[in-house]
Ligand binder design. Structure first.
Ligand code: ADP
Ligand code: ASP
Ligand code: MG
Length: 837
């Protein structure tokens, strides 16, 4: 039966993807996936691909300064980046050809136009706008096409058909009624047919039909304009930050997410230069019911910041701190000004006529000066305009001087609750005084929703941190902490240890902050910035273990180099690559360190090649830079490398490290000493998973030898690798693993005789490694049965450190030293030790 009630239509949303969210093909594909999975009516606004606007502007400016081929170089990069994205996203065919032709045409026009600019030696804002408009137009066209691949109907709609502006090139203001009319006329019919219009942000049409930009960051404004025009319920700005934070995270690392802000507060934050929102982005929706969300492109499930007309929940007076960089203070000063009417009004009329954007106005109560801040680059123009306006007063001496001081930053402390809360200003300025930061000028808006002050630009970061901590914004900012320790793990290797590790990480509570975000093998990679679920991890690692390639398991085919580059550029935190393979991965890890990954190893091979390869890996780690941890390479989960460093850090000197570091050889040696046949002991080690499937890999001593070398290199040993005692007779080297297992009993008699012989002298056989700064060895030796090594049983490891302090009686670390579980625990320890604190 049909319902009598008509279903309420789902309200419209406008989504804007910032440059970082459209960095490359992978990011565009993610954006398209997000869009395609949204069911309701949607309008999408696209920024230029990350860095493209700067690229295009830079080329134009260089051309104007006379560099003839500036345009050509930038055009080539432009071409290459877009071409790459198109080829990865759009299947070959007429659509791809059309897009590629469009890109080529845009690049060519850009190059030619820059050439003309270089000849003229002059760049009009109108030309700049035309040049730079290509960025948004191309990305929007690309995104629209990428959506087709996700079966979501989408069409490109050019912004010059929608956004009507006043034609001030470089910083145009929108004509709201006209924009509303065209947006409704063109977009509503599409939305009603469930087609997603994809609109380039940042640009609009000037009255003369030319392209005019809305000012840097203008795509935010395009989104709010369209939302207002179409009566959308929500605008979502997808960005590379979790939302609006208490301060710019690049300046204040412990800035917190603000979960809710009032329109007015967000408007102030934007006005005062927080790049996260275009300064005028809130204007179209202020006073409306449109709710704006700033959300994380990298973590699309988290709610981000909600900006609405609702009163914010938190009762904290100060919400956020913003900085306007690159300012100059222009001062109009003169003793004669006191009591003279109209000076302020005339000053700002003059500034306004030049269309300069004033961030703050200062007036001393003595009225003997008025100051305001404008962009440094406009200071000369501002001074000229004000001087012209006061020509007579300057001549008569009513005004002494109009001057500009560059190198200024304006810091604004913003919060709705500041109105009426006493002592806020005092707290701000005493925090600055405590750090000897000199305040050049102070302004408090009459709304009391912000206090702003001008300071020397070089002191701005310090000032922001000082105020941030004075109000404890990192603790009570009203949101969850941004810097929740988070570690993103990329896993390399899927044997016993890899699977145990994946399981440990997936099972750990969410607040451990450790997530497996990627898997890699020779064929390609899987990357999921939110972290792979336990279920997915279990399935993937099992299928991988059974022999499948990642590329065949829904991953992306890529070289290791490309995989690392993609993950590095999209990971939320500094990613950790964990190598639990037994392969030759030194080169790969070297690249990873170069890309800023931290590295955790259980694989010994990368550390046991030539000294120079070892040294290369070690020196890729720098203070504050990438780090390499390898506790699990020796003694599984036992703290051996860690103990070494603890000794060194407390001023001790390690002379010798010696012990049993092979769980398999220990198991065999102790079983044989207890009178069991050699072959039985080996078989048991294989069955229990201590030994490699072909036990000769352990019996050859190669593995123990590698561990010995790692320990020796820790002590500064630079010589060749040790020649370990080989427990496999030469005659049995060539056998298949099955044949070897079958013929092993042939060795039992000799082992029994040797054990017997030693036992009579009170000794037992042990496979012992020893390392000093000058030597390294791995041998089967007879030791006193009553010695610590002689007394070991099972798969226990024991490592003894002889040091300056522990010279007569060495410091001993001992415990279980084999098995996937303990090894995974050792790796996990390394991962935790890398977590940001
Ligand atoms: P988009 O990609 O949408 O254009 P932007 O790069 O313009 O996004 O804005 C996001 C950037 O703004 C962040 O990377 C961050 O460094 C900066 N930023 C400055 N102040 C803040 C703040 N208070 N909260 C969040 N981000 C901020
Ligand atoms: N691409 C433009 C800029 O970089 C507009 C935007 O990203 O909002 O300023
Ligand atoms: Mg922006």
């Amino acid at each position: 039966m049909r319902s009598k009630h008509k279903r309420r239509p789902t309200p419209l949303q406008v989504w804007k993807f910032g440059g970082a969210s459209l960095a490359d093909a992978a990011a565009i594909d993610r954006a398209a996936t997000l869009i395609a999975s949204h069911d309701g009516p949607l309008v999408v606004v696209a920024s230029a691909l990350a860095g493209i606007t700067d690229l295009l502007l830079g080329g134009a400016q260089e051309a104007a300064a006379g560099t003839a081929d500036a345009g050509a170089a930038r055009a080539a990069t432009f071409l290459q980046r877009h071409r790459q994205a198109v080829n990865a996203l759009v299947p070959s065919g007429p659509k791809r050809r059309r897009l590629l032709a469009g890109i080529e045409e845009a690049a060519k026009q850009y190059r030619d136009l820059c050439g003309a600019v270089a000849v003229l030696g002059h760049l009009e804002p109108r030309t700049t706008d035309l040049l730079v408009s290509r960025g948004e137009r191309m990305s929007a066209a690309l995104l629209a096409e990428a959506l087709a691949g996700h079966r979501r109907r989408a069409v490109y709609v050019d912004a010059t058909e929608l956004v009507v502006t006043d034609g001030q090139h470089g910083g145009a203001a929108a004509d709201l009624p006209a924009t509303t009319r065209s947006a409704r006329r063109l977009l509503n019919p599409l939305v009603q047919r469930r087609v997603v219009p994809v609109v380039p942000g940042y640009i609009g049409r000037a009255p003369d039909g030319s392209v005019a930009t809305l000012g840097r960051g203008g795509s935010d404004l395009t989104a709010t304009l369209l939302a207002r025009a179409l009566g959308a319920a929500q605008v979502v700005l997808w960005k590379d930050v979790p939302g609006i934070l208490t301060a710019d995270p690049r300046v204040v690392p412990d800035a917190r997410l603000l979960s809710r802000l009032h329109h007015r507060e967000a408007a102030e934050v934007a006005h005062y230069g927080a790049k996260v929102l275009h300064p005028r982005a809130l204007i179209p929706i202020a006073g409306t019911r449109v709710v704006l969300h700033v959300r994380s492109f990298l973590d699309p499930t988290s709610p981000g910041t909600e900006v609405s007309a609702q009163r914010p929940l938190e009762g904290y007076p100060v919400k956020a701190i913003a900085i306007v960089h690159g300012q100059a203070i222009v001062t109009v000063a003169g003793k004669g000004m006191v009591g003279v009417h109209g000076i302020a009004a005339r000053t700002f009329t003059a500034v306004d006529a030049e269309r300069l954007s004033v961030s703050t106005i200062f007036q001393a109560s003595s009225e003997s000066s008025i100051g305001f801040t404008i962009p440094e680059s406009e200071a000369a123009r501002g001074v000229r305009a004000v001087r012209a306006a006061f020509k007579d007063e300057l001549a008569s001496g009513v005004i002494d001087n109009v001057s500009a001081r560059p190198g200024i930053a304006v810091v604004a402390v913003v919060g709705d609750g500041m109105a009426g809360a006493p002592g806020i200003a005092a707290r701000v300025f005493s925090a600055l005084a405590a750090r000897s930061i000199n305040v050049v000028a102070i302004a408090q808006g009459s709304s009391e929703r912000n206090i702003s002050f001008a300071i020397d630009a070089r002191e701005a970061p310090e000032a922001v941190r000082a105020v941030h901590s004075a109000f404890q914004l990192s603790k009570i900012g009203g949101g969850r902490p941004l810097a929740a320790p988070r570690t993103d793990v990329v896993l390399l290797g899927f044997g016993n240890v890899g699977r145990a590790l994946a399981d440990h990480i997936a099972a750990a509570s969410a607040d451990s902050g450790v997530k497996v975000v990627g898997l890699m093998d020779r064929s390609g990679y899987i990357f999921e910035p939110r972290g792979l679920s336990r279920r997915r991890l279990t399935t993937l690692t099992r299928e991988k273990y059974e022999g499948a390639f990642i590329a065949a398991l829904g991953g992306r085919r890529a070289s290791a180099q490309d995989a690392l580059a993609t993950i590095a550029s999209h990971a939320v935190s500094r990613p950790v690559i964990v190598d639990v393979t037994s392969g030759e991965t030194a080169d790969l890890l070297h690249t990873a360190l170069g890309q800023g990954f931290d590295v955790v190893l259980a694989n010994k091979k990368p550390l046991t090649h030539s000294w120079s390869s070892y040294e290369g890996l070690m020196s890729a780690c720098t203070p504050g830079g990438p780090r390499l941890k390898y506790e699990a390479t020796v003694g599984a989960g036992l703290p051996i490398i860690d103990t070494y460093y603890k000794l060194i850090e407390t001023g001790d000197r390690v002379l010798r490290i010696e012990g049993c570091v092979s769980g398999t050889l220990m198991h065999i040696a102790s079983a044989v000493s207890a009178g069991r046949p050699f072959s039985e002991a080996v078989r048991e080690a294989v069955e229990r998973g201590y030994a490699e499937p072909d036990p000769r890999d352990d019996l050859s001593g190669a593995d123990a030898g590698r561990k010995a070398l790692i320990l020796a290199r820790l002590l500064g040993y630079r010589g060749p690798a040790p020649k370990p005692d080989d427990l496999v007779p030469r005659s049995m080297k060539g056998l298949s693993p099955e044949q070897f297992m079958k013929r092993m009993p042939e060795l039992d008699a000799e082992w029994a005789a040797r054990t017997e012989r030693e036992a009579r002298r009170g000794r037992v056989l042990r496979y012992v490694v020893a390392a000093t700064p000058k030597s390294v060895s791995a041998r089967l030796v007879a030791v006193e049965a009553s010695s610590p090594i002689g007394a070991l049983t099972g798969t226990r490891n024991l490592v003894a450190f002889t040091t300056k302090r522990y010279r007569t009686e060495p410091l001993v670390v001992s415990g279980p030293g084999a098995g996937a579980e303990v090894t995974a625990a050792g790796i996990l320890n390394d991962i935790y030790s890398l977590a940001p604190r």
